[in-house]
Design a protein around this ligand. Structure first.
Ligand code: UDP
Ligand code: MG
Length: 325
């Protein structure tokens, strides 16, 4: 079916752009300046409904982010809305808070995007066309990571390799820049886990999906809120939320170590019986360190899961909305 027919038989969808913001006072005025003409042109071409709007989610920022959002809202109350979370709950929770607010407000679809606009906003036309053609979820996928540092590219590759190793499902090079239709948002609202990893949860919803490729740009203002430490914990979060395979690895490592030690025991016995070898402490100390390390890693992996079970059983709310515009 051609897009013309699709557009003429459907009314233009109400789109909500959900933008999580943490300490983005420097970036937001620029974000609005770049995003507004784009949205206006989408409205003018009849691709999106004139009642579509941008929803900024202030993730408990410590700077003037909320004041900037309020000023934007006052400048255009129809186009700009805001949700203020009571504390900083992290990108994933902020995003979910925005998506759920958009769903309650009755949007047809929500597009999530980062405040720094590193993700090419011009591919949104394709997002919306593909949605109109019956795709409930459209993923933005980075075709090039030229603007990322070599280190960031390398760690990302390692992350996806681990994900594949542990059979967890995710879309490589897709980072929360996506369109989700109202049905997908409804399905997402039924996931009650506290430890969120949307890049694993959304592919798990099981709707008709499509991908759009784009080149990722650089952050124009402010700095990245994902330093190495946060990136590692996010990767661990993803893996432990979607795979219990690391636990099988622990069991296997345990068995391998037992088999290895039986071999060593036989070898040591033969050596002692056939010669008068005095065994130095080096072999001993090596095995102690090796076994000690193995035990600690194993306990650590088990601990990660127990910690997660502990947090999930508390069933605490994932965020608290303090104010809405
Ligand atoms: N963000 C957030 N809460 C946080 C950290 C980040 O809402 O605790 C937002 C941030 O404002 C931005 C998006 O998440 O809109 C992605 O962050 P960033 O661009 O710093 O990550 P990077 O692109 O460097 O991975
Ligand atoms: Mg960024």
């Amino acid at each position: 079916m051609s897009t013309d027919t699709v557009e003429s038989t459907h009314k233009a969808p109400i789109i909500y752009w959900v933008v999580p913001c943490y300490n983005e006072e420097d970036m937001l005025p620029l974000t609005a300046r770049i995003l507004t003409p784009k949205i206006n042109s989408l409205m003018a071409s009849g691709l999106v409904s004139p009642t579509s709007r941008v929803l900024f989610v202030d993730d408990g920022s410590k700077d003037a982010t909320w004041s900037v959002i309020s000023i934007l809202h006052e400048s255009d109350p129809v186009l700009y809305g805001g949700v203020k979370l009571a504390h900083n709950r992290g990108h994933q929770n902020a995003l979910l808070a925005g998506l759920m607010t958009a769903k309650e407000a009755g949007c047809d679809a929500a597009i999530s995007l980062d405040a720094d606009l590193q993700d090419d906003i011009n591919v949104m036309d394709d997002f919306i066309r593909l949605y109109m053609e019956g795709n409930e979820i459209v993923y933005g996928v980075r075709s090039s990571r030229q603007t990322d540092t070599a280190f960031k590219r390398w760690t990302a590759e390692l992350f996806y390799a681990l994900f594949r190793l542990f059979d967890a499902d995710t879309i490589p090079d897709h980072a929360d820049y996506r369109l989700m239709g109202a049905q997908a948002l409804d399905a997402l609202s039924e996931y009650t886990e506290v430890n969120l990893f949307l890049r694993g949860m959304v592919p798990d919803l099981g709707f008709k999906t499509e991908k759009v490729y784009y080149k990722r740009g650089v952050r124009e203002a402010g700095e990245s809120k994902y330093p190495l430490k946060k990136m590692i914990s996010f990767a661990l979060q993803g893996i432990t939320s979607f795979s219990t395979k690391p636990l099988n690895f622990v069991t296997w490592a345990g068995w391998m170590s037992i088999i290895f030690s039986i071999g060593m025991y036989i070898y040591a016995s033969i050596s002692v019986l056939t010669s008068h070898a005095i065994w130095g402490w080096s072999s001993l100390i090596c095995s102690i360190w090796f076994i000690g390390g193995l035990i600690m890693v194993s306990l650590g992996i088990v601990g990660e899961y127990i910690g997660k079970i502990y947090l999930e059983t508390k069933r605490r709310p994932r965020y608290r909305v303090e104010q809405k515009l």
